[in-house]
Write a protein that binds this ligand. Structure first.
Ligand code: GCB
Length: 619
């Protein structure tokens, strides 16, 4: 059979999963950069707004960085006039500053709606801790495409607004006056992931931390330590070194509390398998989010981490956490601090969001619709809140475009790579509300194969759509071949909001013919905080409350129901939502308003979760 171009591209990708990122000039991701004494480059960076990209293209529209001798006109050269007659038409040092990390839209009123290129510049000095050490630049996230230049030399580029990337910069850094220039472009494009159309704000900028990481010549670039699937006592995984001649090196894994100090020898790829049998492990759970201190040592390099161990699996229609059935009392969250305005990025932002989720009675959060920052994942790990992470394959992307697949699978690989040691993460979600077609099935199937090949310890899902059974408007089902490939059937439904009035819920019957657990990944209705009316007045808190009562009672009748993540914790900005005096650019489906006030439905859901706790005997 003749292979389509996408099938061929996918085969290549599955065969060479790591080499992909090298196309962009990057290394595989450095695991746990936070615990490597990173030197932060956060702070004020000078910026130039460049809607025509004149700092990138010459007047024939050829990128300057494709020229071996780029002209001074290229912004990444950070040129200064050489004498009084010299003409240089930009000056970073006289340009204003933006904070990094943070989106640009919420920092400057004139950038609120801006979609396009902004150039960032940051200068730094650097004295190496020790001769022979290596140096890396780590960038937590930039939305959407970043082209990165150091001292006038291109390091590479990265696409995808929500995942980290790093470049080796050993030998490129001077002791004084280095200039790092990042061109960030958040233009939406049909072939990208996500694509042109979303229901959230397209915040641009360097939205997460930027840091330098110094390591010895050979260092621990990656490790994966979790319980083997279905085993409560078998820690398994791998440790990988990077550097010249990594074969035959000794790696020590120590877990002091368990009196473990094991030595391993690396293979020709600098890699070693880990396989430990341990009796009476204290397992991570929402009731006891216990994490063990672990220390990995290889030659002069050492990295410490805190890792929780737990199992997550399905059995028939049950989700089992450490072998016990669990109901996922969840809520969906966007990565936004509505009160301050802008993308959430800090530990404080994460604290605000997760404290609200905790107050709601949640043991689970769906971090929609893209990978959120590492602070919230680490805090969830500490607080004992289970996490659904999501790839930004949203609505209608170009299923037939091999480049689009590469972009989607890169983002998935990057988030799995970053968070694979966090016990809190229990579900990798492939996509949200994507229309059924053969091309889309191939695409999603290949994404889920990628996820499983990197990490078989977690569950795979996707937020699917529900349908009426033909000729029976009130009978609803999941009619989607991808449901056959996931571990959990999750779907979004808006009966009572986009689909009739809340009273319709009592008439709906669900026929879900899979022997798998079900999560309602979205249900929700808009309410303007503080607006009151009767339960049929659109936009009122009473309508939203009524909607929740009717919906929760309806979905409770689905026999396989094992979790809910209603839409959504807090009102969030969306350019699709224009109704004056009600929406004003906000999606109002939050249970909490953009000013932090809890709406009536917050308490309805909290009551429901209280009942679930009693029913499941959960704390
Ligand atoms: C959905 C989408 C979500 C939207 C939501 C809404 O189905 O998954 O991104 O924001 O509906 O409010 O319409």
């Amino acid at each position: 059979m003749k292979k389509t171009s996408i099938q061929t591209a996918i085969c290549i990708l599955l065969l060479f999963p790591v080499s992909l990122t090298e196309i962009h000039g990057q290394l595989p991701l450095i695991q746990n950069y936070i615990n490597r004494e990173p030197r932060t480059l956060n702070g004020k960076w000078h910026y130039i707004v460049d809607p025509y990209e004149i700092g990138y293209y010459d007047y024939r529209y050829t990128p300057y960085d494709q020229n071996p001798k780029p002209q001074d006109r290229a912004y990444f050269m950070n040129a200064k006039p050489k004498d009084k007659s010299d003409r240089v038409e930009y000056d970073f040092d006289k340009s204003p500053t933006l904070l990094v990390p943070r989106d640009w839209n919420s920092q400057q009123e004139k950038l609120f709606y801006y979609e396009g290129t902004i150039w960032y510049k940051h200068s730094f000095d650097h004295v190496s801790k020790q001769p022979g050490n290596r140096l890396f630049l780590y960038i937590g996230a930039t939305n959407y495409r970043a082209d990165v230049y150091l001292n006038g030399k291109k390091l590479g580029y990265h696409k995808g607004g929500f995942t980290p990337f790093n470049f080796e910069i050993t030998g490129l850094v001077k002791e004084k006056d280095n200039f790092l220039i990042v061109k960030v472009d958040n233009k939406r494009k049909a072939e990208e992931v996500p694509t042109l159309n979303t229901d959230w704000w397209n915040y641009g900028g360097i939205t997460r931390d930027v840091a330098l990481i110094e390591t010895p010549g050979i260092f621990i670039i990656d490790y994966f330590l979790q319980l083997r699937k279905s085993s409560g006592d078998n820690i398994s995984g791998y440790i990988v070194l990077n550097g010249e001649n990594c074969q035959g090196k000794t790696v020590e894994l120590s877990i002091p509390e368990l009196k473990i100090k094991n030595k391993y020898i690396t293979d020709k790829n600098g890699r070693t398998q880990v396989d430990l049998k341990i009796q009476n492990l204290r397992l991570w759970s929402p009731q006891d989010p216990y994490r063990y201190s672990i220390i990995i040592t290889a030659g002069d390099d050492q990295v410490a981490d805190q890792i929780g161990f737990r199992t997550i699996e399905t059995k028939g229609t049950d989700i089992l956490l450490n072998g016990n059935p669990v109901f996922l009392r969840g809520i969906s969250i966007h990565e936004e601090n509505a009160i301050r305005g802008g993308r959430a990025y800090s530990r404080e932002d994460a604290q605000m969001l997760l404290n609200w989720a905790h107050d709601l009675g949640c043991n689970f959060v769906r971090l929609a619709h893209y990978p959120h920052n590492e602070n919230i994942i680490r805090l969830a790990d500490e607080m004992g809140i289970m996490v659904w992470e999501e790839n930004p394959v949203y609505w209608t992307i170009q299923w037939n475009n091999p480049e689009t697949f590469i972009t989607a699978s890169n983002q998935l690989k990057e988030v799995i790579s970053r968070d694979k040691n966090r016990a809190a993460v229990i579900i990798w979600s492939m996509a949200n509300e994507t229309p059924v077609s053969p091309e889309r099935l191939t695409f999603l199937k290949n994404l889920s194969d990628t996820a499983r090949s990197m990490d078989n310890t977690r569950l795979i899902s996707a937020a699917l759509e529900q349908h009426s059974i033909q000729g029976h408007e009130m009978k609803r089902t999941i009619d989607d071949p991808f449901a056959g490939y996931v571990d959990i059937i999750s779907f979004n439904e808006y009966v009572g909001w986009y689909d009739g009035l809340p009273g319709k819920c009592s008439k709906i019957q669900w026929e879900i013919n899979y022997d798998k657990p079900v999560i309602i990944s979205e249900l929700g209705a808009d309410a303007l905080g503080g607006m009151h009316g009767d339960s049929l007045t659109r936009w009122s808190e009473e309508y939203q409350e009524y909607f929740y009562r009717e919906n929760l009672s309806m979905v409770s009748k689905i026999p396989q129901l094992r979790g809910t993540t209603p839409w959504i914790l807090v009102d969030f900005r969306s350019p699709r939502r224009t109704l004056p005096d009600i929406q004003d650019g906000w999606n109002r489906k939050g249970l909490i308003s953009e000013t932090g006030n809890k709406k009536k439905a917050f308490y309805t859901l909290r009551e429901f979760y209280k009942e679930i706790r009693t029913k499941y005997g959960q704390d």
